[in-house]
Each structure stands twice: as C-alpha cells, then as structure tokens.
Design a protein around this ligand. Sequence first.
Ligand code: PBG
Length: 341
Amino acid sequence: MNSPARLKPLRSVDEITGSRRLRRMRKADWSRRLVQESRLTVDDLIWPIFLVEGENRREEVAAMPGVFRLSADLAVREAERAAKLGIPALATFPNVDLSLRDRTGSEILNPDNLINRATRAIKAAVPEIGVITDAALDPFTSHGHDGILDNGIIINDETVEQVAAGAVLQAAAGSDIIAPSDMMDGRIGAIRDALDVAGFQDVAIMSYATKFASAFYGPYREAIGTKGLLQGDKKTYYIDHANTDEAVRETEQDIAEGADMIMVKPGLPYLDIIRRLKDEFQMPTFAYQVSGEYAMIEAAAANGWIDGEKAMMESLLAFKRAGCDGILTYFAPRVAELLKG
Ligand code: PBG
C-alpha cells in the first residue's frame, strides 16, 4: 500500500477552495492593518483604582502585582496621570477602615466617606476626567455582603433605599456616573428617582446589569478587605453563571428602569453575554475585566508561561470584537502607555 503522502491528490487546493485564499490579506502587516475589524484605543479604557484611608499611602495588592491601594492624595496623582494619557474615566473602590464597617453598611451615608472625599479631591484637581463611583454596601458592611443582612437573608428593599441615598451623596461629591454593583431588584429605578429628586438629572447610571456569581473576584476582595469577612456566598443576588436568558431579562429590566450604560462582569469568560446584550439592546455596553482575570495573566506572565503584554492586548481587543464600547481594566494605564508609544 502507498503511504498517504505519496497518493496523488484528488483535487488541487485551488479546486478545493474555488481559488478563495483567505491568507492573501494576511500576507503583510499593511494588508492586515487594512482589514482589521476591531481596534482598541485609549478611549475604550476605564481604570478601576482602589482607595485607602490616610495620606501618602500606597500598598500593593498581593494577588494583583502592579495594582495599589492609594490614599486620596495619591489617587489624585494617578488621576492626573490618567488624564495625561487620555484615559476617559476612573472607577473608584474603597478599602474602608474596619472600625467603620457595620451590619448595615451605614458608612455609605457619610457624605465625607472615603469614596466621596476621593471624588471631591479628584474632580477639584482634574475636572476633565470622568469619575465613576461604585454604589454598593460591601466595602462598608462588617460581613462583606452587598446588602443589609438580617437573619442570614439579604434584605432587598432596605438595601435599595440605603444604596440610593448613598448614590445621591456620591453625586453631590461630584461623581459623574453611579455604578450600582449589588444586583438588588429595583436599584436602578430607585437610584434614578433619588438622583432626579436631588437635582442630579445629569448624573448617569452605569448598571452592573449582569454580574455573575464568580470565583474571579477573589483578589478584589483582598484589595478592599472583604476577603476574611464574607460569610457564605453571593448566590442569592448575583446571577448564576450558567444563565444567559436571565442576563437578558436582568438587562432589559435595568434599561427600563433608567440605566444609561450596561456592563457585564466578569469579562473574558462572558464574551457570549456581551455579544448577546449588544445585539439585543444596542446600548453603550461595557465589560469589567475583573481582578482574577488580571491576576491570571500576571501570574502566568511572571512565570514566563505567556507573554503578558501580548495576552493583555489580545484579551482587551477580544472585548471590542465581542461588541464592547469600553472596558474596565486594571491594565488601563499600561495599555494607554503602550498605545501611546
Ligand atoms: C461588589 C464588587 C465586586 C467587585 C467589584 N465590586 C465583587 C465582589 O466582591 O463580590 C469585583 C471587581 C473585581 O474582581 O475586579 N460590589
């Protein structure tokens, strides 16, 4: 019997492909650039930064090399750097002093809490940068949940009232976009009402429309200090990561209640959700490349197992391809510098 390599081919490649050769446009850098469908620019970036009490304080997050908790004064320096790089907006997340955390997260109602002080300082120094604030109770509760916990149950309606009141204080401090990340029912409408009544019609809402119960939030919980506190899990309020129809229903509801922008979180494992929501709703659509995604890329790169820079750029372009208008990413300043240079 002849070896397969020696068999005369039945058809030539041109006969097989009908002379269609997709490699033609891939042959050179210039032709690849010409036909490139998605692009990542600095305008796509939202930079999440962690805040900590105090002054001149800068602590690296152990599971997120290159990411720091910053006191408000140093956050202002980073905001200046971001503005110079052309990054459109920052999203702030506070590591609140343990002594200020309680069962109901009442510190969110303090007009001078860490988030609000940082917002005021950033907007005073760098008014041209957008500030997005996280409206959720988890940085403020003693149990690490995003809601008021009563007998093991997260009480929806009381939580919504508290988050809406906190959101108004964030707007008063100068926040441009309120981003509720707690997944309580009715939060978007309640926040919209509260903002409007308080005269903040121009403050937008970015809904964490589909936030999935996920293992990828681990390093974030270390960053804001909820890691040791969290009792149980968040499955009674975050979406089951097996579900996509539910993600559509949740998003439809948030848009009806007044969301201006929608977000999918985590990011890379949920590109199918991003594509489906963009096709279905044509809303400004964002993804949050979360802490665990950042940590995975960094850890593999540190071991020399992948090229970290290339993996970073590829992962971010994937979000654009999936239909995102922008991405929250801890890589933002590095990407901005790379795109600039
Ligand atoms: C909770 C919140 C989470 C993140 C931001 N806000 C998730 C959580 O702790 O359950 C995760 C962000 C990240 O992992 O980068 N309101």
